[in-house]
Ligand binder design. Structure first.
Ligand code: GTP
Ligand code: MG
Ligand code: NA
Length: 365
């Protein structure tokens, strides 16, 4: 199990933040999907998982490639992104999602600032020493961009109405090109948020002003609606993954997998959604997971992977695979999953004597 930095796996990126900060909409923008539109009450109620391929990353970071220092053999093969609910009742899902991840995106509504579940998320991340990037997302009034809302709230309308949305440039440049009054308002919002983070004992800075990434968490202004800043956000995630996180995300065969959700799927019966973080799984593998009445031992009948850029919790298009390597969000079809429990690890017994060993591991969890 010697770690090498030769082969990187996809980093697991968890999206956390207060309810309605725009977590799912940011992912919809990245994936070009409409998951948020179809959520009941516009509220996420489950953990989601999306496998984002490197082609998408490449395309979406075109305008800020200079932010990415490593190329060639050392690039990540994609991202496994975990969406979490921001509503206060889903603390256990935020905890489950954040416990899996290598890096998090903490989404903060730029006009509302740090809110109760932002603070709760910060605590989860700091506790586990998980690095994170802050997305300063969105607007003030529903249905408007941040910049449109400035226009609404300010009587000097004509001076602000001229904001030029541009998702083809880095957000640093887009901001520089704004009217002074727009820039001033933006800076005021940022100052407030920097103070709110300081109250939580965290140093934060806009990513292009960050004096020391080891001391300051970086913030990236984004608009999930227009896509402004999305390239900069993704480029920052990639850069961090391929530099400071590269040891952590080097691929090994050591299995690390967690059951995220237990679900009935038409035609397949009860299935489990699994975050396969590291190592590999194959059809026929003998797996062990926690169940309400003790450990469940079963065999993988099908390994399903959603189409690229499709959310595992909403898609019904899967591809069958014989073997899958981490990090990927996958669905497992097997018998005897009726009493399966989510939020706990999945083990594979590749030798018979490992069955009792892992049963014991599960019993003491
Ligand atoms: P939960 O998962 O329920 O915690 O919410 P969320 O953080 O995933 O937020 P969601 O994506 O559901 O967005 C909430 C609302 O804000 C939706 O109506 C989005 O369309 C809107 N929204 C999100 N991002 C933006 C943005 O950048 N600009 C504007 N104008 N609206 C946004
Ligand atoms: Mg959501
Ligand atoms: Na929402």
């Amino acid at each position: 199990n010697q770690r090498s930095t030769e082969v990187l796996r996809a980093p697991v990126i968890c999206v956390l933040g207060h309810v309605d900060a725009g977590k799912t909409t940011i992912l919809d923008n990245l994936r070009q999907t409409h998951v948020q539109d179809n959520e009941a009450g516009g509220i996420t109620q489950q953990i989601g998982a999306t496998n984002v391929p490197s082609e998408t990353i490449y395309r979406r970071t075109e305008m800020c490639r200079e932010m990415i220092s490593r190329e060639g053999d050392f690039i990540v093969p994609g991202l496994l992104i975990i969406d979490t609910p921001g509503h206060e009742i889903f603390k256990s899902l935020r905890s489950r999602g954040s416990s899996l991840c290598d890096l998090a995106i903490l989404v903060v509504d730029i006009m509302h600032g740090v809110a109760p579940q932002t603070i709760e998320s910060i605590q989860l991340l700091v506790e586990r020493q998980t690095p994170f990037i802050i997305a300063l997302n969105k607007q003030y009034l529903e249905g408007m961009t941040f910049y449109e809302s400035i226009y609404c709230l300010n009587s000097k309308v004509d001076l602000l109405y001229d904001w030029k949305s541009n998702n083809k440039k880095s957000i640093e440049l887009v901001l520089q090109e704004q009217q002074q009054i727009t820039q001033n308002h933006f800076e005021k919002c940022c100052k407030t948020i920097i103070c709110q983070f300081a109250e939580q004992n965290l140093n934060v800075a806009l990513y292009y002003e960050n004096p020391d990434p080891n001391e300051y968490y970086s913030m990236v202004p984004t608009s999930a609606r227009s896509g402004d800043g999305m390239g900069s956000l993704i480029a920052l995630i990639i850069e961090k993954s391929q530099t400071t996180l590269s040891r952590r995300i080097s691929y090994t065969h050591e299995l690390q997998a967690t059951v995220m959700e237990v679900k009935v799927i038409d035609g397949f019966g009860i299935t489990i959604d699994v975050a396969l973080v590291n190592g590999y799984l194959s059809v026929g593998d003998k797996i062990l997971i926690a169940g309400q009445e003790g450990p469940i031992v079963t065999q993988i009948r099908r390994l399903l992977i959603p189409e690229s850029n499709q959310e595992l919790r909403t898609t019904n298009q899967y591809q069958n695979e014989d073997t899958i390597k981490g990090a990927r969000g996958i669905k497992i079809v097997a018998r005897g999953l009726e009493k399966a429990m989510a939020g706990l690890p999945l083990f594979v017994a590749r030798q018979t004597d490992e069955i009792d060993f892992y049963k014991n591991e599960i019993n003491i969890m």
